[in-house]
Design a protein. Structure first.
Length: 319
């Protein structure tokens, strides 16, 4: 049973006052709705110390000295990848032996928690300066007038997301409790998609390797129609990353000939594109379709188009 909340000093004084008024333990317990054993402990403490307050120095004395704790916290802040085991060995080299649990408890007390490190693109100083300049220049930009685009790969098997199932210990290898996988990845789908704050655009499957010609063909067939469907009007801006097939001379000429404005995009900045949030919602939702399609990319692709995930209908949340 866990430790219960202690009674306040006022309640304890009330117990002592009733006891001094020659009330029995049972009567005090019934009046204050406190267990008789608690009444007896409060009175016993008062008789021994003359006070109802908790005495200083209760509980186990801290194993680590304040100086050791400060050194340990400083190390964790300076080297955040250091493990509790490595800190334990360091503390032992300083002359104090403690468990990893004690080390974690002290770090938690100082608001330091062991968490999975987030991944982000490797940025050079030049990349960072360009991203900062982009953010400052576009602070008052009309983002609702932008059509965002990107390509993504979806694995048919071996999705990186974990799947949890309810099962008994002996059912670990029952078929319905297993996630199928195949050798060498089992194939994948390459998709191109676009969306804006007004809704989703087209989702296109890419066959083979996409070059500038194939990319322009996709834009020809899937960019003008979505802009009309989304009621973007005139003067909208198209966003794409700096992939070579996007920035080639022929692709740039394609945009110029059709008078489509392209948003200048800083290098190494996939995290700035809100369509990444859309992919993150789309991919986990396809796990069921993946298992049902038995590795067939065509069936999976049809299922995606016929029954898109809810977030595709409201992409403005990603913005």
């Amino acid at each position: 049973m866990g430790k219960t909340q202690e009674h306040s000093d006022d309640v304890r004084r009330k117990v002592v006052e009733l006891h001094k008024s020659r009330n029995g333990h049972k009567k005090i317990s019934k009046q204050l709705k406190i267990p008789i054993s608690t009444i007896m402990e409060i009175i016993k403490k008062f008789k021994a110390t003359g006070d109802v307050k908790n005495q200083p120095g209760r509980g186990r004395v801290c194993t680590l000295t304040p100086r050791t704790v400060r050194r340990m916290v400083r190390l964790a802040k300076e080297s955040p990848r250091i493990t509790a085991g490595e800190l334990q060995r360091l503390v032992e080299s300083w002359g104090q032996k403690v468990s990893k649990t004690t080390i974690r408890r002290h770090l938690h007390h100082h608001k330091l928690f062991w968490r999975v490190a987030r991944k982000k693109p490797l940025l050079s100083i030049n990349n960072k300066l360009k991203r900062l300049q982009f953010a400052k220049c576009k602070s008052d930009f009309q983002w609702d007038r932008v059509i965002w685009s990107d390509e993504t790969k979806i694995k048919l098997f071996g999705n990186k997301h974990q799947r949890w199932v309810w099962r008994r210990q002996k059912d670990s290898h029952t078929e319905k409790h297993l996630i199928p996988n195949v050798k060498y990845g089992g194939g994948s789908l390459m998709l191109w998609g676009c969306f804006s704050s007004k809704g989703p655009g087209h989702l296109v499957r890419i066959h083979g390797i996409m070059d500038s010609i194939k990319y322009q063909q996709i834009l020809n067939e899937n960019l003008t129609a979505p802009s009309r469907k989304l009621k973007m009007g005139r003067g909208w801006t198209f966003q794409q990353d700096n992939d070579p097939k996007h920035t080639s001379k022929s692709t740039q000429k394609w945009f110029t000939d059709r008078r489509i404005k392209v948003l200048p995009w800083p290098s190494q900045s996939p995290d700035l594109n809100p369509i990444e949030n859309l992919w993150d919602e789309l991919k986990p939702s396809l796990q069921t379709l993946t298992s049902e399609s038995e590795g067939s990319g065509e069936i999976l692709y049809v299922g995606m188009v016929s029954d898109p995930v809810p977030c595709v209908h409201q992409p403005h949340h990603a913005l």
